[in-house]
Write a protein that binds this ligand. Sequence first.
Ligand SMILES: *[C@@H]1O[C@H](CO)[C@@H](O)[C@H](O)[C@H]1NC(C)=O
Ligand SMILES: *[C@@H]1O[C@H](CO)[C@@H](O)[C@H](O)[C@H]1NC(C)=O
Ligand SMILES: *[C@@H]1O[C@H](CO)[C@@H](O)[C@H](O)[C@H]1NC(C)=O
Ligand SMILES: *[C@@H]1O[C@H](CO)[C@@H](O)[C@H](O)[C@H]1NC(C)=O
Ligand SMILES: *[C@@H]1O[C@H](CO)[C@@H](O)[C@H](O)[C@H]1NC(C)=O
Ligand SMILES: *[C@@H]1O[C@H](CO)[C@@H](O)[C@H](O)[C@H]1NC(C)=O
Length: 551
Amino acid sequence: MIKAYTLWQLVLLMLIGVQISQQVSLRASEDFYTAAVVEFSQADGTDLTANLADNLAGYLELINSPNATGADIMVFPEMTLNSVNSLTYVPPPEKNATPCLDDPSAEYYHPFFVEISCAARKVKRYIVININEKQLCSDTPEDTRPCASNGHNIFNTNVVFDRNGAVVSRYRKVHLYLNEARNTTVLPEVVTFDTDFNVTFGHFICFDIAFYVPSVELVVKHGVRDFVYPTKWHSQLPFYTAVQVQLGWAYGNDVNLLAAGASRIEYGSTGSGIYNGRKGTLTSVIKLTENERRIYVAQVPKYKRTEQRRQHRTVKQKTQTTSSGFVMTRDYIEQYNTTWMSLEYAGNATANVCHGKLCCHFELEWNELLNMEVGNRRIFGYRLGAYDGWRNEPNVDPNYVRNCGIFACSGVTLDDCGYMLSPDQLRFNLSRLVIEAKYPKSEEILLMPNSVRDNLLPLEPSQFEWSVQEEEDSHMLNVRFALAKTESLSNLLSFAIFGNYYDEVCTYGAGSPEKDLECGYKPTGDGAAQLRSFGTWLLVLAVGFIFHLCK
Ligand SMILES: *[C@@H]1O[C@H](CO)[C@@H](O)[C@H](O)[C@H]1NC(C)=O
Ligand SMILES: *[C@@H]1O[C@H](CO)[C@@H](O)[C@H](O)[C@H]1NC(C)=O
Ligand SMILES: *[C@@H]1O[C@H](CO)[C@@H](O)[C@H](O)[C@H]1NC(C)=O
Ligand SMILES: *[C@@H]1O[C@H](CO)[C@@H](O)[C@H](O)[C@H]1NC(C)=O
Ligand SMILES: *[C@@H]1O[C@H](CO)[C@@H](O)[C@H](O)[C@H]1NC(C)=O
Ligand SMILES: *[C@@H]1O[C@H](CO)[C@@H](O)[C@H](O)[C@H]1NC(C)=O
C-alpha cells in the first residue's frame, strides 16, 4: 500500500498529521490544560443598567477573543458583571440546567446570565464568572436565621458553565469582607467540580484566601490541586498585595491557582495570574498605570492523580497614591515588634526579633550601587519584624498570623513603612537575606514565602530558597526563607515567612464585636486607637472611597 502513495501525497499526509497534533496540543492533553484568566475593569457609572450592558459586552468580547481560543477554562474576576439591581437565580448544579436552552419567557434567569451560558456553549469552553445571586430563603429551610423581607438571600457567588453552557458548579463566598452586604450560607460551602480534561477544581473568592475553610481544607482534606479564584483585591503593603499573596498561596500549598482580578487603580485593585505551585508563575500581571480588560493565558501542567499529597503537614489605615494614580492602603503592622535597620554604604547585620512566642532570626548583607545618582540621597532601610497574633484589621473575620518579615521604609518611624519607594531610595542591592524561625506545629496551618518588589510582583522560586524541616521530638518546625545565593536585588519591598494558623480558635465566623471579645480578639491595640481607626473607617465610608483589601 505504502508504495501506492506518491511523494506529494506523503508530504500532504505529514502536514495534516502535524496540524492535527498541533491542535491537540493546544487542547488539554494528559500533561497540560490551557487556562485563561481575565483582568477586568468594570463600568462604574451611575446608571446601573448601562453598567451591566457595558460589562456584559466586555465579557462577551473577551470570551470570543482570539486570545482565548485555545483555552479549556476561562476565569473572570469577582463582582465585575451584575449588581444587586440585576440579580439572577442560579440553578443548583445537580439539575445540570442550561440557561441558554431555557424558555426565554421564563424570567427565572436574568438575561445576562443566559447570554453567558450561550457564549460558553458557542466557544465550547468552561467559563467561570462571579455574580450577585438571589435565592429564595424558602429553598433552604435548614437556615433558621431571619430572612430579608423580600424573601431572598443575596450571595457573592461563583458560577461555572461547562462547554455546553450548563451550570455545573456554584460556590457562595464564606468570608465576606467589611461592609459587603451579602448573606452567607448557614454552613460554609466546600465545592469542587470535575472537567472533561480530567482536572478537578476547587473554588473560593477573594478574602477567602486568608482562611482555612474552604480553600486550604480543599487542599488538605480533599486533595484538590487546581483552583479557580475570582478576586477584587485591594493591595496593601507590605504583606498583602495581590500577586504576592496569590503566588505565596499557590507555592505554600503546591497547587495550580487560576486567579482573575478586577482592575481599578483608584481602589488599588489589580492582580491576576496563573501559578504552578512550587514552580511559580506561568503568567501574571499587576497593572498600576491604567485599568484594563485583558486575557492572560497559560498552559498549566497537570498534577498526576497518583501524586498523593502529604497528609496534614505536621509539619488605622494609611493610604498611598502613586504617581500613576494607583491607590493603596497599608496592611496592619502597628502591633508588630520591629527593629530598624538603616542601609548606609555597604554593610551586614544580624538581628533577632521576638513577638509573643515567635522569635525570628534575620541576616542581611548589602552593597551600595556605585553607578547610582547619589546627589539626592534619601533615607532608606528595613524594619525587621515579628508578629504572633490576630491580624488586627477591624470588622473582618480575624485570621491568626505568625509572621517573620522585613519591610522597606523611607524613614525611621513605623509610619514611614509599607509604601512604594522612589528610585533614589533603592540604591542598595541586597546580596544576602536569610530569615530563620521555629514555628509551632499544628494541624491546620499554611506557611508561605511572601515577597514583593517595587513593581508589586513577588520573587519567583528560582530566586529564593525555602525549607520547612521537622525538629525531632519537638513540636517545632524549622523554617528558613532566603534569597538564592545567585541573587542580588535592589528593589525588594517585603520578604517574609508568613504563617497562617487556621486552627487557632475563632478563625471562622468571628468578626462581630461580641464574637471578637469572646475570642479575645481586639480590632486595634488600645481604645483610643480603636476609636481613631473606627472614625477613619466611617470617614472613609462617608467620603465614598472604600479602601480595603477585598470586595
Ligand atoms: C482523561 O482520562 C481518561 C481515562 O483515564 C483518558 O482516557 C483520557 O485520555 C484523559 N483525557 C485527557 C485530556 O487527559
Ligand atoms: C441576609 O441579609 C439581610 C440583609 O443584611 C438580612 O436582613 C437577612 O436576615 C439575611 N438573611 C439570613 C438568612 O441571614
Ligand atoms: C491579546 O493578546 C495581545 C498580544 O499579547 C495583546 O496585545 C492584547 O491586549 C490581548 N487582548 C486581550 C483582549 O486580551
Ligand atoms: C560585615 O561587616 C563587618 C563590619 O561591620 C566587616 O568587617 C565585614 O567585612 C562585613 N562582611 C561582609 C561579608 O561584608
Ligand atoms: C517586643 O520586644 C521586646 C524587646 O525584645 C520585648 O521585651 C517584648 O516582650 C516584645 N513584645 C511582645 C508582645 O512580645
Ligand atoms: C542589583 O540588583 C539588580 C536587580 O534589582 C540587578 O539587575 C543588578 O545586577 C544588581 N547589581 C549588583 C551589582 O549586584
